[in-house]
Design a protein around this ligand. Structure first.
Ligand code: HEC
Length: 137
């Protein structure tokens, strides 16, 4: 081998080693990205009851959603709400101040319904569908 051939062989060797290191590192990055996108999709996959638990509606409305001293039960939602109105209410409950039912709630319950306008409307829709599916027994 001439000196020039030795250099070429050495460079090829280094190139091949770097190529494999590159591949190895890239696979690691891909794995993390996949993992992250899986996690960010997770909330969308939750069903209505899981969202209600996660957001904490149960802390006022009760773990069975049948009401506590803090807030009314939610089993009558179907009697009072259409899907659109219910989503609107969850986003801005104070817009119903002045309605007879809500005036009575004010004296009856020791907390206020928070506004959930920070929550994705699609998720509020899933919650609304769940509440409207509850049968009042
Ligand atoms: C801090 C306590 C609290 C939390 C948390 C809370 N609520 Fe309420 N909610 C109330 C109170 C009090 C009322 C009674 C009406 C009012 O104050 O506006 C109410 C009223 C309601 C009503 C109307 C009931 C009716 O008779 O029509 C619905 C529906 C409702 N809440 C759903 C939810 C959902 C869904 C969540 C979670 C995303 C939630 N609430 C979280 C306190 C709470």
């Amino acid at each position: 081998m001439t000196n020039a051939q030795k250099w070429v062989t050495a460079f090829l060797g280094i190139f091949i080693v770097l190529f494999f290191i590159g591949r190895f590192t890239k696979e690691e990055v891909d794995y993390t990205e996949e993992h992250n996108s899986y996690e960010s999709q997770e909330p969308v996959q939750l069903d209505g009851l899981a969202l209600i638990n996660k957001i904490g509606c149960v802390s006022c409305h009760g773990s069975d959603l049948k009401g506590t001293g803090l807030a009314p039960g939610l089993y009558s939602a179907k009697e009072y709400w259409s899907r659109e109105k219910l989503i609107g209410y969850l986003r801005n409950p104070s817009s119903y101040n002045g309605d007879d039912r809500f005036e009575a709630y004010k004296t009856q319950y020791k907390s206020l319904m928070p506004s959930y306008s920070n929550i994705d409307v699609d998720q509020l829709g899933i919650i609304a569908d769940y509440l409207l599916s509850l049968e009042n027994k």
